[in-house]
Ligand binder design. Structure first.
Ligand code: SF4
Length: 398
């Protein structure tokens, strides 16, 4: 819960972003309504709405307002970078399954970070594989800097107290530790790694102990977990860990094993979780942040390839981590050019691209991931986009 001093800082953060009032009244109104659904929490002086947006009082948030809301930058705002493909765990649903090639070296990764920031990115997620296994992780976080929010996606494997302290010192904004079930055995089974549950709990404790990093749990809900009573039990467990946020998503049809409509989240399940989040967040305390709440038609919709970009550990550029299609490799062309071309094919829409189009992707899949550019362009000829989500409809309307 935010303290009186924290409330004062929220007020100051709002006052210190007066440029916001230059946004269209309808966009401002949208934001007021959206932000009302969360309780701002103070983590080490960072005023956090949720971990998919930069802290309210950060330089990154100011860039969001000036470059995206006001200047209406045509570039992306969010990126994820795979900084290694190595991982000791073996989740069936892993979006990097089957990807291979020559790994980006540190110099290439740092160049990608700098280029993405120049393009207007204000939020970078570091993923893998297990990003803690990249020995240059601290340097990468430092390069992201304080004008861009950083979020580390980890299983916890390889974490030490010293590394957590170094990451804090380097300016890491958010960390999210994977935990898919409240029962140790079930989590270990999903991850095909004995001790995964224990490792995750230890990592959560270590990150919380480092003081000042916002700590969440990233939970990928299986089809059987999508029942409300299971999610509520899970949330009770997560609350007991005293983390700042529960970051929920469901398994996506990104890899062969999930190209099955019986495994797809239904609209009813999605809406129940969205409603659960709103109910939960009214109480304050641990924030619930369900990916599909952010990406719902009422909010920001699917930003794949439009405001979101993924660079995998081999330098292949995709519209989102969950879409196994490449539009080029950063070693062959500048990321600015690749993203510029890719964006022409992704106008953004109100529904999740991969949920809606996985059957087309499946049809063009020839056994290697990601699908090469030429075939990706063929896929795009078959894709039809629906209407924009509320935010972009308001933002782009003349
Ligand atoms: S494809 Fe789905 S998961 Fe990816 S950005 Fe779009 S809505 Fe999000």
């Amino acid at each position: 819960m935010i303290t009186a001093a924290g409330k004062l800082r929220v007020a100051k953060a709002i006052v210190s972003n007066p440029a916001m009032i230059k946004a269209k009244p309808s966009v401002n109104w949208f934001f007021c309504q959206y932000l009302r659904k969360f309780t701002v929490i103070d983590v080490g002086g960072h005023l956090v709405i949720h971990s998919h947006l930069p802290p309210l009082n950060s330089v990154a948030y100011k860039r969001f307002i000036s470059e995206h809301l006001l200047a209406k930058s045509a570039g992306p705002s969010h990126a994820q970078i795979g900084i290694t493909n190595a991982c000791p765990q073996h989740c069936e649903y892993c979006y990097n399954k089957g990807r291979a090639g020559d790994l980006m070296d540190s110099e290439t990764i740092l160049g990608v970070v700098r280029d993405l920031k120049r393009m207007g990115i204000f939020w970078i997620g570091l993923t893998g594989g297990e990003p803690l296994l990249n020995k240059d992780l601290v340097n990468i976080v430092e390069t992201i800097g304080d004008d861009c929010a950083s979020k580390l996606f980890t299983t916890g494997c390889g974490l030490t107290k010293e590394l957590a302290a170094d990451l804090k010192q380097a300016g890491l904004t958010y960390v999210t530790v994977s935990l898919d079930h409240w029962e140790a055995e079930k989590h270990d089974t999903v991850r095909k790694y004995k001790g995964a549950f224990r490792t995750a709990l230890r990592a959560i404790e270590t990150f919380l102990g480092s003081g000042g990093i916002h700590v969440s749990v990233s939970a990928v809900l299986s089809k059987e977990m999508l029942k409300l009573d299971a999610v509520e039990e899970f949330l009770r467990f997560l609350k007991g860990l005293e983390i700042h946020e529960a970051w929920l998503s469901e398994t996506k049809p990104s890899v062969q094993a999930y190209w099955n409509k019986n495994l797809l989240v239904t609209e009813q399940e999605r809406q129940s979780l969205i409603a659960l989040q709103d109910r939960y967040n009214e109480q304050g305390g641990m924030t619930v942040n369900y990916l599909s709440h952010f990406e719902d038609a009422k909010h920001f919709g699917c930003t794949a390839g439009h405001k979101m970009v993924y660079v995998d550990a081999f330098g292949e550029v995709s519209p989102c981590v969950f879409i196994p299609m490449s539009f080029g490799n950063v070693r062959a062309r500048s990321i600015r050019e690749i993203v510029g071309d890719m964006r022409e094919h992704f106008p953004s829409e109100s529904e999740c691209f991969i949920n809606r189009n996985y059957e087309i992707v499946q049809k063009h899949f020839e056994g290697t991931s990601p699908i090469e550019k030429e075939a990706s362009l063929k896929i795009m000829e078959e894709v039809e986009f629906g209407p924009l989500a509320r935010f972009f409809a308001l933002q782009y309307k003349q």
